[in-house]
Structures are given as C-alpha cells and as structure tokens.
Design a protein around this ligand. Structure first.
Ligand code: BG6
Length: 493
C-alpha cells in the first residue's frame, strides 16, 4: 500500500511513553523503510523547548530504548529533520490554532494534503479536553485524513468508559478512533490468530469436547515503584485484566472470523465478551482472588512492599486471579483462569490450553508415573514460543512414558528480530487498519464484565494485605482457587 504523507501530533511529547516507546518505534519504522517520504512528528507538552532540544532529548531516549541499538549519525541526521516541538497549553484555543498553522506549513511545503494522527499519550483527564478542542478548532473535520489515538486507561469504570465513548463518537467517526491495547501489537499475540486460523488440525479440538481448561497468566517481577501514585487508583484488575488479559482471552476463544478485517475480527471478539458469564456477589467470593505484595528479595535485591512504596495503608490489589466462563456452545463448562500480578517470582506471559486426558489409559499404571497432560503452551514473553506437550515412550526395555515438548521457538526458527508492539500499532494507525485496536463496544463489554468484581471488592474491605511476598507466585488463595477444580497454575521452567 502506498503510504500517505503523514503528520503525527504527539500530546505528551516530553513524557515517558514517547521516550520509551513511541519515539523508538517511529525511529525503527523509519530504519526499516516504513515511513512515507513526507513525514513529520510534532511533539507537544507544557515545557518550553526548541526543536533542537527536543531532538537531542529523543536521541538520548532512542539510544537507550530502541531495539536496534545505538543510533547512527547519518540516519539520525535524516530522521531528526522530521522532528518538531511546540509548547502547548491544552486548555487554550490558541494552542490548537498553532497546530493548525504548523500542519498547513507542512502541507504547503509538501504540495499535498497530509494524514494527521493525534496521539494522546497523556493522563486520561486530558482526553476530553484535547478531543473537544481539536473539534472546536476544526482540526479533525476530515474523517478520511485525521485520526485520534487514545492510550489506556480507557475509562475508570463502565460509566466513565461510556461517557468517554459518547464524547469521542460525537466528535469523531468510529473509524477515526484508535484505542490502544499494546498487547494486541505483540508479535506473539498476533501469531495466536495465525496459529488458530491458518492450521486445520487445531479447529476440531478447539472446544469443550477436548479442552479441559485455559490459563492466561501475566506475571511481572517489577513492582509499582514510581508509578505507585497512579497505580493506586487502578489496581491489577483495571490495569491488566480489563484490557490485556481479556483481549488475550478473546483471541483464544473467538469463533473463526470470515476474513482478517477489522470489523470481522472485532465482531467475533465482542461475541466472546458478550458470552462471558456475569458475576453475582457470591460468584465474586468463589471465583476471584486479590492480593498485594509485601517486601522481600528479588534476584539478590531487597525490595519494599507496596504500602511502603506508596507511603499509605492502601487496599489496592497488585495481584488478581479470576475464573471466568464463556457461555456459548464452544466453551460451555470450560473454565478460563486468568491471573496477573506484580513483584512475582517470574516475568512471563503464558497461555496454557490444557486438553482432556485420554478416555482409556491402556498402559500399566506404572507407565504413567511421569506423565502429565496434553497441553498447548503459548508463551508470549519473554520467551516467544509455542509448545505442545505430548506423551511419548521413554527409550528402554520397559514401557515407561514421559511428557515431551514439541516446540516452535522464534529464536530457533527466525533470524529477524520481532518488531516492538508499538511499531506494529503505529504503522497500523498510518495505514488506517483498526484490526488490532479496541472498538468502543468491546471496551464497554469488558468493563461491564468486571464491574461486579470491582463493586464487590469495594464493599468488602477486611483484607489481610500484604498477603504475598515479593518473589512468590502470589497469595496462597490463588493456588486454592484453581486447586479446588483439580488443577494447578502452570509455569514454564
Ligand atoms: C501496562 C500496565 O499496560 O502494561 C503496566 O499499565 C504493566 O502496569 C504493563 O507493567 C505490562 O506491559 P508489558 O508489555 O511489559 O508486558
């Protein structure tokens, strides 16, 4: 596809997200030839900076955070010419007028109209302010050429998500709105769709008749740290499950779409969300677990507990585990266990599909001493692999079975480096492809699903926090949640 002339206006241009993710991603897109010739980035923030200062800051950031290593000066000389900075006061109409002037200057210089992408890498209280002002200044009138990218969090609860959606859809057409969930841009997450829908051997077993249960586990060694102030108003359920983990669940559980188009794929994902069983307060008691980390040691370093980092006796959860059901024909009775937490023993995002055991085990009982279950293990990060665990005969004169792995490993299969999620997603905003972005109705369904959990938790405050220590697998009750059903959380070695 021919790339249109493009201008990115990055709100939060001096912020952390631009430094760590957006600027390095755009730079790598440039290196790999994905950017149009006529391209510019206008960073904006409260700080007053000259273009040169902005460029120097980003050079430092890209050197530190880019996957492609140290920046080469010939390349930087070209790329940095497309970086500009404009200080702004987001409440002031004048600011937006100036953006308009800048955009026109580029267009005049290029002798053509440009696509303009407004990227809101700012705190969520600015989303409505920016959106309204862009509209008032007529900067987003052209629905074909202008787009708006909204970073998470998309709402704090169902009500606020709905009103944000209402505000945005009053001003923009849905096809101009790009709601980011960066998990959808991860190479291994996109591959789940390729794996499911480009192979005929999986579909016949991908249902309640063969699958026993599904686990989606996203654990981090990192603590809340300097983000504790922000994080405390959120917690693990809002921060991770409402978006990232439920997105993963949708991709695992969705019906095969007719085509790989934004509407087909997103329709099928919404179908899953709508089929998910809603919780009564009693369900919340039985099917959810929350936790908060205390202090401890991680890899030889002493780390403080969450309340110490925050400096107050907060009841915000830094760990959550939930057992969900998808009430449709394919998944009736199959539990989906989701868990996520900070300051845990391992940083790993892993989906485990556990299959039912054989209907009749014909070998002598002793042959089964060392076997476990048939599992498909999709490792998203840091290991990028898909493994199928099967039983095999151990070489020897007796009939003894072992569980062995059939492995597809990115490292062993491909030599090219996988792009960062933000490279994929930024490129898609330029191409106008919304497949990997969240549609408004899906976000609302996800909030609708977790609201009863949030509300019930809110009302029940006698907690034994902290209830897990750093470097553990979370609270013991999380193990109990899954052990009651006869399973245990799977972890890669
Ligand atoms: C973010 C959360 O959306 O995702 C963070 O706000 C979390 O709390 C992060 O650490 C995890 O992303 P990744 O890509 O490092 O798995």
């Amino acid at each position: 596809e021919k790339m249109q002339p493009t201008i990115f206006v990055i709100f939060g241009g001096t912020g952390d997200l631009n430094a760590r993710k957006l600027a390095p991603a755009l730079y790598n897109l440039y290196l790999e030839g994905w950017l149009p010739k006529q391209f510019s980035i206008i960073g904006t923030g409260r700080t007053k900076l000259k273009d040169d200062e902005f460029r120097a800051n980003l050079l430092k950031d890209i050197n530190q955070f880019s996957r492609s290593g140290k920046v080469k000066s010939e390349q930087w000389d070209i790329f940095s010419k497309s970086l500009f900075y404009q200080a702004s006061d987001l409440n002031d109409a004048e600011t937006y007028k100036e953006f308009g002037v800048r955009i026109q200057q580029h267009e005049t210089e290029w002798h053509t109209r440009a696509n303009v992408i407004y990227y809101l890498a700012v705190a969520p209280n600015f989303f409505p302010i920016i959106a309204e002002n862009l509209a008032k200044s007529k900067l987003t009138k052209d629905a074909e050429r202008t787009r708006i990218v909204i970073e998470k969090p998309f709402g704090h609860d169902l009500e606020s998500a709905k009103s944000l959606n209402q505000l945005l859809t009053r001003i923009f057409n849905e096809r101009q709105i790009y709601r980011i969930d960066h998990y959808l841009g991860k190479e291994t997450v996109q591959n789940i769709m390729a794996f499911r829908f480009a192979n005929s051997i999986l579909e016949p077993t991908w249902n309640r008749n063969y699958i026993d249960h599904v686990q989606i586990s996203v654990t981090e060694q990192l603590g809340a740290g300097e983000r504790a102030g922000y994080y405390d108003g959120s917690g693990a359920l809002r921060d991770m499950i409402q978006n990232h983990l439920l997105q993963l669940l949708c991709i695992v559980a969705m019906e095969p779409p007719v085509s790989f188009s934004a509407e087909e794929v997103r329709n099928r994902k919404v179908d899953v969300m709508r089929a998910m069983r809603r919780f009564s307060p009693e369900d919340v008691r039985l099917s959810t677990v929350r936790g908060q980390y205390g202090g401890g040691w991680i890899e030889g370093k002493e780390v403080p507990g969450y309340r110490d980092e925050l400096g107050s006796e907060s009841n915000t959860e830094t760990f959550a585990a939930v057992k969900f059901f998808v009430d449709n024909w394919r998944w009736q009775g199959v539990p989906f266990y989701l868990r996520t937490g900070k300051r845990m023993h391992q940083s790993a995002s892993v989906i485990t599909i556990q299959f039912k055991d054989v209907p009749h085990f014909m070998f002598p009982a002793a042959a089964a001493d060392n076997i476990s279950h048939n599992r498909l293990i999709i490792s998203i990060q840091p290991e990028m692999s898909i493994r199928l665990q099967v039983q095999a005969k151990r070489p020897g004169l007796d009939m003894v079975l072992n569980t062995v792995d059939m492995v597809f490993d990115y490292k062993g299969t491909y030599t090219n480096q996988a792009p960062e999620a933000y490279e994929t997603l930024l490129l898609d905003t330029m191409l106008g492809d919304q497949t990997l972005f969240m549609r408004g109705d899906q976000v609302e369904e996800a909030w609708d699903l977790i609201m009863p959990i949030l509300n019930t938790w809110q009302n029940r405050k006698s907690l034994n926090f902290p209830n897990y220590s750093a470097d553990s697998w979370g609270p013991e009750s999380a193990e109990a949640l899954i052990a009651r059903d006869g399973f245990h959380w799977f972890t890669l070695p």
